[in-house]
Each structure stands twice: as C-alpha cells, then as structure tokens.
Design a protein around this ligand. Structure first.
Ligand code: NAD
Length: 264
C-alpha cells in the first residue's frame, strides 16, 4: 500500500529513542521529510545517524528542545515554521506512590506530557487549517482510560491529551485536517526498560520477574500478555499520518494489546 507520504513534512516530538524514534523511522521509510526532537544536540545527532543507516535516502533533521522549558519550545518553533504532520509523542512516566508525588512533579508531568502538545498544536494547527491539510496525532496511552495505580499523575496527563485532541478535532469540521490520538499499551521502549528496572528495584526482584509480575498483577487484562514493539505502535501512527486515513478524525485509536476491556 502506498501511504502517499512522499513530500509530506513531519515533526515528531521526543524522537531520539523509543516510540518517537520508531515513528520517525516509519515516516522516513514512507518517503516523508522528518524533523526529530530530543533534549540534546548530541542525542539528536546520534539518532539521525541511526535513522540514516536504516534509510540512506532519509531527509531528516533535528531540533533540540526540552518541553519542560517554554523558552526552548519557542526556539524550536522559531526554527520549524511549517509542518504537514505533527506527532505529539514526547512524554515521561515513572512509578511513584500517589502520596509521594509533589506539586512540582505534578506540574512537570503536566508541562512535558500535556503542554508540549498544546504549545506545538497552538502554533501548527492554524497553519494546517489555512492550507486545508494536516495531521495532528497525540500519543496518549491506555493509561488515559485505565488509570494506573502506580502513577496516577501520568494517567491524568494522558486523559488530558484525549480532551485536547477531541476538542481540536471539533475545530476541523469541513476541512482536510484531522486530529487523532493513538493509545499505545505497554511498549518495549528504552523508557520502559528504565520503568521495569525501577519496579524490580522497588520489589527487590529480577527484571524478568518484574516484567512477568507486571502483566500478571498490574496489566492482567492484556490480551497479548507481552509488551508491544515500538514498530507495532509506529505502524498505526504512520497510517493515521497518511492521506489515506482522511475519514478518521477525532478518534482515540488503540494499539494497546487488547488491554482495555471497554468496547468503545
Ligand atoms: P522513552 O522514554 O523511551 O522516549 C521518550 C522520548 O521523549 C525520548 O526521545 C526523550 O528524549 C524524549 N523526552 C523526554 N522528556 C522530554 C522533554 N522534557 N523534552 C523533550 N523530549 C523529551 O519513551 P516511550 O516509551 O517511547 O514513550 C513515548 C510516548 O509514548 C510517551 O508520550 C509515552 O507516554 C507514550 N506511551 C508509552 C508507552 C510504553 O509502554 N512505552 C505506553 C503508552 C504510551
């Protein structure tokens, strides 16, 4: 299937590793031009080199910006004037008992997970409407619906993304711009490796045991009973980014391994 992404210009936030990196890679394989983002130029250069190894013809550049810093986000926007596809992927997660989450951490999670997408969309969305084509894709999580008891702050930010995404989609009526959310389930990214390590340390068990316990105790409804691969998430995102997905708008699309039991 030709996803008709040649000539499209995409920005993927938080794409030096994990799901964001896999999304950048798939978009490049489909012939899109991609701007990646991470917090440091060194990490961006490393990621660009890896992407070019996989796709020698890749048209890929990068802009460093930390989404916990509004001034850096503005600097990114000063450099990236226009995109056709915006993937709001940057996000942080960490298991922490509710009573130990300070105001500062709540605000940091909100800024990186929610305001990142708000700030980028506020800039690019009107431009997409003006040219009557665009794709905004928020990477939320199954945790948006099934709030994880071990990181309630994270789940809260992911639910907020659903509201923003659906709200923006309402403003696309009658245009060829779409705004959707993809909800990955547990996915084997570098960030999740750290997450499992923290769970293993907290329970004083091996990482393999922590991973098995995670599906048995914390995510028992997963139908695939394993982590998704980052490319399994990127496949869905790349389709949603494509002109072929034009009839999908305002949707919350799952790549959650069947974890959510609700049908809608
Ligand atoms: P990851 O930690 O492996 O990668 C995160 C990426 O975001 C990195 O490139 C990192 O540099 C970047 N990043 C982190 N903080 C940043 C900041 N302040 N400013 C700029 N960039 C920043 O994470 P991942 O597992 O690939 O997660 C990516 C997205 O997918 C997140 O929004 C996460 O909530 C969501 N998600 C992940 C899973 C999972 O199990 N891995 C499940 C559901 C949803």
């Amino acid at each position: 299937m030709d996803l008709q992404l040649k000539g499209k210009r995409a920005l993927v936030s938080g794409s030096t590793q994990g799901i964001g990196f896999a999304i950048a890679l798939q978009l490049l394989k489909e012939g899109a031009t991609v701007i990646i983002n991470g917090r440091s130029t060194a990490r961006i250069n490393e990621a660009i080199a890896k992407l070019k190894q996989e796709v020698p013809t890749a048209d890929v550049t990068g802009v460093a910006a930390d989404f916990s810093n509004a001034a850096e986000v503005q600097q990114l926007l000063d450099q990236v004037k226009d995109v056709d596809i915006l993937v709001n992927n940057a996000g942080i997660f960490e298991p922490k008992p509710f009573v130990e989450i300070t105001d500062e951490e709540w605000l940091r999670f909100f800024e990186v997970n929610v305001l990142s997408g708000v700030r980028l969309s506020r800039y690019f969305f009107p431009k997409m409407l003006a040219k009557n084509w665009g794709r905004i894709i928020f990477i939320a999580s199954e945790s948006a619906i099934m709030i994880p008891e071990e990181m309630i702050h994270y789940g809260t930010t992911k639910t907020a993304q659903l509201s923003i995404s659906r709200g923006l989609a309402e403003l696309t009526k009658g245009t060829d711009v779409t705004v959707n959310t993809v909800l990955p389930g547990p996915t084997k990214s570098e960030g999740v490796d750290d997450f499992i390590k923290k769970l293993a340390d907290a329970d004083n068990v091996s990482q393999d045991q922590a991973e098995a316990d995670f599906f048995k105790n914390k995510r028992p409804s997963s139908l695939i009973q394993r982590f998704a691969t980052v490319s399994e998430i990127a496949n869905l995102v790349t389709y949603v980014a494509s002109p072929l997905s034009a009839a999908t708008n305002g949707a919350a699309l799952r790549a959650d391994g069947g974890l959510l039991r609700t049908i809608f």
